[in-house]
Design a protein around this ligand. Structure first.
Ligand code: NAD
Length: 545
């Protein structure tokens, strides 16, 4: 029961810890990494209605950098488990949706505080080992971004509840109510960000929805640990139900349920389109039109103008393309560079890329680690092998792929002679940057290519010092990037600073970590209360004059 109009704590972004030699955080993290070392795989059960279930089988969770090291064994749900997860979500829905907002919010705020402290090292270590991230990449994802999602979402949700009709004339009180969706939400996560995976479940739950949560098979370890943190922070049973298993089986069972109220998805464009078309086929059977929110693929660009600073451009390209092995949805994977500038940067860009150190994330001197799994390795290698043979593209550096121990792909730069060469237009999702060099006097042509040659619209960056060029290019790329950067790499959006999401085939652009996303998980009711109800149905104009 709320006995006041409460204001949640004002959020600020969680500070990023350095993990420099000698720091306490480095010591604590190293100890946590040791606990994840192979030999004692953790059992990850299904969690349905707060109860642990074994499922119908189990799947090994291995390290991307050491494919024979088994980190965890994850229970696999069958159709009955998926149905049970839906049932548990529906059973919890009434109480959770009627729970006062301050009580719901407190669960997530407490989880954020505990994650920032006692669980930080554990989640970071799980993300490093399970998803192949360097310590910095894990820290900005599994710790900072996730903490920010949990804290800022409470602030944004409060704004939604506080948003009320502009006016109530004397005798009336107009009100707006935001109630949780009727039914359950299906949250389906990607492998590449622990923060995104968890937010897919917690954002609807904060708004009073109950959730069936299916993280990606390669991200189950960190996601499961976060579920434990949420439970220890007071999340009631059944609010978030954790299932893993054959995606097609899960999808079919869950999407076939008439109580599906929403899908919160992040992953590839193909999977999203499959989920959406399944919903389309079932549309007549649902009790309510499901809300569909999806953030999907990208072919993110850096467009350099001849006035760009050469060293700033080199840094933006290397960090933008190769951090986390290019497996950020926002990673720079194509660049347009004017010929005069290319002459100045080419040798240095190649030399610096060749010096990048790659290996096991437990060795903190590595800038890059392995790509996520065999499927990704084969796909990326396919693009590299194609470029090795191509007459309209050439590999400038990298190109070595080695999966003998883990899935390692050297950072690779391809120069495309043909601006429509496949690595210039298709999402690869690996450490491959393709560059197209344009003639300085053909900027408009290059802009058109950048704008029109892919189906996506996620992130993009313009590098230029000339203010007129910045203005011109910003306007040209209005629909090409949901997150647009000027003189910065196109990655690294921060909750509360740059709300994230893209349009076109990159998603519904509902901006994770904002009130626009949270508004998708509520249904509004407009209430008019009349303090002075009329007592006569006749209007004045009807009276005799
Ligand atoms: P994916 O599409 O292979 O898998 C995403 C999720 O969908 C996984 O949990 C998977 O098991 C599940 N899935 C697959 N088929 C399903 C089905 N039939 N029914 C139900 N669930 C199903 O994507 P991924 O490889 O995990 O992630 C990489 C992709 O995600 C890239 O395309 C990347 O651009 C995108 N991504 C986008 C954003 C963004 O904000 N736009 C963020 C992160 C990742």
């Amino acid at each position: 029961m709320a006995l006041g109009l409460y204001h949640p704590p004002t959020p600020i972004n969680e500070p990023i810890l350095s993990y420099a030699p000698g720091t306490q955080e480095r010591k604590t993290l190293k100890a946590a990494l040791d606990r994840f070392s192979p030999g004692a795989p953790k059992d990850l059960p299904l969690v349905i209605g707060g109860k642990r279930r074994k499922g119908a089988g189990s799947m090994d969770v291995t390290c991307p950098h050491a494919k024979r090291e088994v980190l965890a064994r994850c229970a696999q749900a069958n159709t009955a488990d998926a149905e049970a997860a839906v049932g548990a979500a529906l059973a919890a829905q009434k109480d959770w949706s009627r729970f006062p907002f301050a009580e719901r919010a407190s669960v997530f705020l407490k989880a954020a505080d505990r994650l920032a402290g006692e669980y930080r090292a554990e989640i970071n270590a799980a993300t490093m080992m399970g998803q192949g991230k360097s310590v910095h990449q894990a820290e900005i994802d599994a710790a900072c971004e996730l903490i920010d999602f949990l804290r800022f979402n409470v602030y944004f949700a409060q704004k939604i509840y506080e948003s009320q009709p502009l006016y109530s004339p004397r005798g009336l009180w107009n009100r707006s109510e935001a109630r949780a969706l009727e039914g359950f939400v299906f949250a389906v996560g990607p492998f590449n960000f622990t923060a995104i995976s968890v937010n897919l479940a917690t954002a609807p739950a904060l708004m009073g929805c109950t959730v069936v949560w299916k993280p990606a098979p390669t991200a189950v370890l960190a996601s499961y640990l976060m579920l434990e943190v949420l439970e220890k922070s007071g999340l009631p049973p059944g609010v978030i139900n954790f299932i893993a298993g054959e995606p097609e089986v899960m999808g079919k069972t869950v999407l076939g349920n008439p109580n599906l109220a929403g899908i919160h998805f992040t992953g590839s464009t193909t999977t999203f389109q499959h989920l959406w078309s399944t919903v389309g086929q079932n549309i007549a059977s649902y009790k309510t039109y499901p809300r569909i929110v999806g953030e999907t693929g990208g072919k993110d660009f850096v467009f350099a103008h001849s006035s760009a600073d050469p060293q700033e451009l080199i840094t933006a390209l290397i960090r933008g393309a190769f951090e986390y092995q290019g497996q950020k949805c926002s990673a720079a994977s194509r660049a347009f560079i004017p010929r005069t500038l290319w002459k100045q940067i080419k040798d240095k860009l190649v030399a610096e890329t060749e010096m990048i150190k790659m290996g096991d994330p437990r060795d903190f001197s590595n800038f890059m680690n392995a790509v996520i799994d065999a499927r990704a390795f084969v796909k990326i290698k396919g693009y590299i092998d194609h470029a090795k043979q191509a007459s309209d593209a050439k590999i400038l550096c990298g190109g070595e792929c080695d999966d003998s121990v883990g899935y390692f792909v050297r950072p690779t730069i391809i120069e495309a002679i043909n601006p429509l060469y496949r690595s210039m237009t298709e999402e690869i999702f690996g450490p491959v940057l393709t560059i197209y060099v344009y003639d300085d006097n053909k900027e408009a042509e290059a802009v058109k290519l950048c704008e029109e040659s892919t189906a996506y619209g996620l992130t993009g960056a313009v590098m230029a010092c000339d203010r007129m060029a910045i203005d011109r290019l910003s306007r040209s790329f209005l629909n090409t990037a949901g997150n647009f950067y000027i003189n910065d790499k196109p990655t690294g959006a921060v909750v509360g600073q740059q709300a994230f999401g893209g349009g076109r085939k990159s998603g519904t652009n509902d901006k994770a970590g904002s009130e626009w996303n949270l508004a998708r998980w509520v249904s509004f009711r407009s209430v008019k209360e009349n303090f002075l109800p009329l007592t006569d149905y006749r209007y004045d104009f009807m009276k005799e004059g």
